[in-house]
Ligand binder design. Structure first.
Ligand code: PXP
Length: 260
């Protein structure tokens, strides 16, 4: 299992004060030393955390592949192609959201993504699409010539959190999760099965399968056990733990969780 460490939240902390510390660039040698496989960053249209200069410095200096998440907005696409990361993961983006809620709709955005896909092929940059675990979206990813899909694990993680902590339904777009515990258990099983069958389908049609969003030290094992998922991209939980245990150790602990 490969681990991509999403370091956006280091920039979140810096931007809270608009100063120079902490610098996400300082994380990259630690990610490598800890044994992870990839740096993941999200250059958002509103530049709320990672800035262009961060992305450029990270791509220049990372001794690991850089997976750059971005929206399908033409300006951002021009910017990230110029930066020449190893992989671009297309994600949906709404300014008002706290984090990426829901996958990209490949059906609705087919032509735009088809054009981006052709440009990435020419630039020799891998294409991944961040999608919900949905059969139609997976087939569409294949016809868009993506090499990777990243399955959105947010629904799974959200239900898991509601069952295992006192958290209320944090994704307000999913009203149907306001359910009693026994019904939530069923929903969790369904969400897990959906991720499993999606990964199998994607793998069968020749897509490489990553997964991410909301994964943490408690809920990651079930996802790491799905054989067709070969990479996880994890950010918030690693950065949160690093405050208490140190960054390198937090990355190592996650590697232990996903490789056991
Ligand atoms: N993968 C993608 C495509 C994402 O958009 C995010 C969140 O930026 C992550 C993984 C990481 O999610 P988290 O920070 O919840 O681990």
């Amino acid at each position: 299992m490969l681990l991509g460490v999403n370091i956006d939240h280091i920039a979140v902390l810096r931007e809270a004060r608009k100063i120079n510390d902490p610098d996400p660039l300082d994380a990259i040698s630690l990610v490598k030393r800890a044994g992870a496989d990839q740096i993941t960053i999200h250059l958002r249209e509103d530049r709320r955390h990672i800035q262009d200069i961060d992305a450029l410095r990270i791509i220049e200096n990372a001794q690991l592949p850089v997976n750059m998440e971005c929206a399908i907005d033409p300006d951002i696409i021009d910017t990230v192609i110029d930066m020449n990361p190893h992989r671009i993961t297309l994600v949906p983006e709404k300014r008002e959201e706290v984090t990426t809620e829901g996958g990209l709709d490949l059906i609705k955005n087919f032509q735009v993504i088809k054009d981006i896909s052709a440009r990435l092929k020419e630039a020799n940059i891998e294409l991944s699409v961040f999608i919900d675990p949905d059969m139609f979206q997976i087939k569409m990813a294949k016809s868009l010539d993506a090499q990777w899909i990243e399955l959105h694990t947010g629904l799974y993680a959200n239900i898991y959190a509601m069952l295992n902590s006192n958290l209320k339904n944090t994704n307000h777009s999913i009203k149907e999760l306001d359910l009693p515990r026994n019904a939530l258990h069923v929903k969790l099983q369904e969400a897990t099965k959906q991720l499993q069958s999606s990964a199998t389908l994607a793998n069968d049609i020749g897509l490489k399968v990553a997964a991410g969003h909301g994964l943490n030290y408690q809920n990651v094992k079930v996802i790491a056990e799905i054989p067709e998922i070969i990479e996880l991209n994890i950010g918030q939980s690693i950065i949160a733990r690093s405050i208490f245990t140190g960054f390198e150790s937090a990355v190592k602990e996650m590697i232990n969780e996903i490789s056991n």
